[in-house]
Design a protein around this ligand. Sequence first.
Ligand SMILES: Cc1cc2nc3c(=O)[nH]c(=O)nc-3n(C[C@H](O)[C@H](O)[C@H](O)COP(=O)(O)OP(=O)(O)OC[C@H]3O[C@@H](n4cnc5c(N)ncnc54)[C@H](O)[C@@H]3O)c2cc1C
Length: 302
Amino acid sequence: MSAWDHYHLPGTVAEALTHLVRYGGAAKVVAGGTDLLLDLEQGHRPRVAALVDVTRIPELTKISAADGWVYVGAAVTHTAIVASPLLAERATCLVESCGVIGGPQVRNVATLGGNVAHALPAGDGTLSLVALEAEAEVAGPLGREWRPVRALYGGPGQSTLAAAEIIVQFRFRGGDLTQHEASAFRRIMRPQGVALPILGLAVWVALDGPAIRAARIALGPAGPTPMRALAAEAGLAGRALDEAALEQAIEQVWSAAQLRTSAHRATAAYRREMVAVLLRRALTLAVARARTGVAVPQGLGE
Ligand SMILES: Cc1cc2nc3c(=O)[nH]c(=O)nc-3n(C[C@H](O)[C@H](O)[C@H](O)COP(=O)(O)OP(=O)(O)OC[C@H]3O[C@@H](n4cnc5c(N)ncnc54)[C@H](O)[C@@H]3O)c2cc1C
């Protein structure tokens, strides 16, 4: 028996919403299906009356820039993100994080919107969106609105999206290398790891001469939702990234992060060590990119 009765392929957001409303909560949005179909087939979710596939809706599959904003459609695949010269420059951390998700077969179909709506605190694409301070345009029966990406997280695996809501696209400002802004993403994962990293960390920085004007640090899993290290960010502002600044930032992230031991992945102590390693690497790289104005994504998967 299939885990769903009907499969719809709407061509517009309005059509997709009509389906979702009609099923009154008994339908699910599907994009690449790499999280949802496994959950349905393995019985981790109750059977659904219908799946509403949003991957054929043109406005969900675009990457563009206008008026200082960069826009990425929710159904853009990780492969398309990695192939985008615009994102390589303006959102290097996003390219680096989406470039290590799964293998090529997963990245070819899995989407950024699915990564966010699945709501894991260490979703790789998600962490970069949080460091970029991205917003999500959410469409529902009453209209559309922009919400901070962080507001879409209610807890591990719990999205705050209502059943009849669709993420249309994401947007963020900054990441302008000519303005000495840049980002970087680093993660640690077991080689045999399937979907969940041991730790992922994304940073965004803006320089004012040799000093950091502003910094943003996102990491996970370090709590029930993707974490922003606000105290460490504030501590970096106004100073150059020397050894003392790095050590202070590491201490401040350690104080704020809720690092746990998980049965199959890592101990809390190992994660603590990795916070120091990843933060040092990502901050140093992002600052070098912002200083030189050159950002070439690194560490992408085969
Ligand atoms: C082998 C394997 C390896 C993986 N490796 C990684 C990894 O390294 N890092 C990582 O972060 N993830 C990994 N994943 C998880 C998964 O591939 C990603 O989270 C992916 O981005 C999910 O996107 P999707 O389009 O497949 O989502 P789907 O499975 O289609 O949907 C996931 C959830 O999001 C909802 N949804 C999808 N699109 C929208 C939308 N536009 N609006 C509202 N709700 C929506 C669905 O209803 C569902 O609840 C892996 C998965 C597999 C199977």
